[in-house]
Design a protein around this ligand. Sequence first.
Ligand SMILES: [Cu+2]
Length: 468
Amino acid sequence: MNRREFVTRAAAAAVATRSALASRLVTPAAGGSNYKLSIEAVSHEIAPGVVIPTVGYNGTVPGPLLRMHEGRPVTVDVTNKTNVEELVHWHGLAIDPINDGAMEEGSPSIAPHGRLCYSFTPKPSGSRWYHTHAMAEADLTKSTYGGQYGFLYVEPAQDPNKYDQEYFLQIHHWDASLVPMMLMPSSSSDGDNASKAKGVEVTGCDVAYKHATINGRKLGHGEPLRVAEKQRVMLRILNASATQNVTLALPGHKFRVVAMDGNQVPKPAEVETLQIAVAERMDVIVEMNSPGVWALASIDDAERDSGLGIVIEYAGQKGPPVWKKPATVAWDYSIFANAATAPDADARFSILTKMVAPANGGKAARWALNGQSWPKIDPLKVEKGKRYRLSFVNSSTCAHPMHLHRHSFEVTRIGRKHMSGLMKDVINVPAGSIAEVDFIADNPGDSLMHCHQQLHMDYGFMQLIKYV
Ligand SMILES: [Cu+2]
């Protein structure tokens, strides 16, 4: 393809994408395997008259849905129209560290007003996403607090799920401010035994928001998802919040969870609520068997009032969306995993996470892994081909959505429950508890492991995995 064709196709893709964004996100007409992203300032209207000045991709928030095919090489030409260095991280793809978009792994950054072409072969298939991997630190408008996020769907050779239509839903929170910290665990309870921590599970330890959106609009201010009775609708949901774990419900309906973080789950199951931690994806099928106009929304009243929801409208139905509190909020990864214990790992890393006092003059607490904080932290060393167990021991009072770059992992334990077969790339480690995941060291090169809660990763909660 020559440059002119490239530009024409990219422009067509951008137009197709913009027109699709209003309601149902559909594939950009990329045609080939070349994509174009522009990082630029956006005035993002999330409800009439409520405008968030932010930075996004191609003038839209969320960015365009990128549809790729598993195993088919692509290039993504990124232009940075801002005054700061940027990176685009391809979350959930097993690619090389140079194209992965994390500076800590050696990926180059995109200079202010510069340009960079990423090239990689997307795999594995399923719901992935892309987002900035810059730091925000004390500026709660930057990095993942802002509008630089988008869905990346990697088409499998054959879709294992049957459905009549598909929607992509992306959750985000806006206008962040720091709120008083949670109580620090006392020294008597945050010893090396996390089970002693007197933590309660909370979301977003220390950041509060004025607004929340699905697909860039507050509840009631976007296009509804239009459905018909008896349809099976696939919802591919991404939590692109900087810091907030969320729980959603859809009154009158159940969610059949078929995939997590883009990977088919071993035991698809129906649940009334979906708990989606920061950076997680859930692919769920909803049987549309309850005609009406409904709010698919956060079960947290304040969060729902701040906009976290989207209207589902059956054909021929009118009126304001109905919300009802779900009867149960049972949620547990083990519902969707095999009960059998996973095979032993070749080696194990036990990682004790602790909140530590803010550095000089700072407000935000810092985080330590086995007593060390990024950047002064020794890497975990692995050998190609071996199976490793990461044992996260969380002695703090908040959950940590831990993400491993460039690899998938198998969830093997949450608290006292052992399990196998559930493949993910983010694991939400509950407060005061333990989570274990196993990964095969099958993708050599530096790989970043970090908490995806932006305020945590910015303040020390990162570690590198190095192949020796
Ligand atoms: Cu964290």
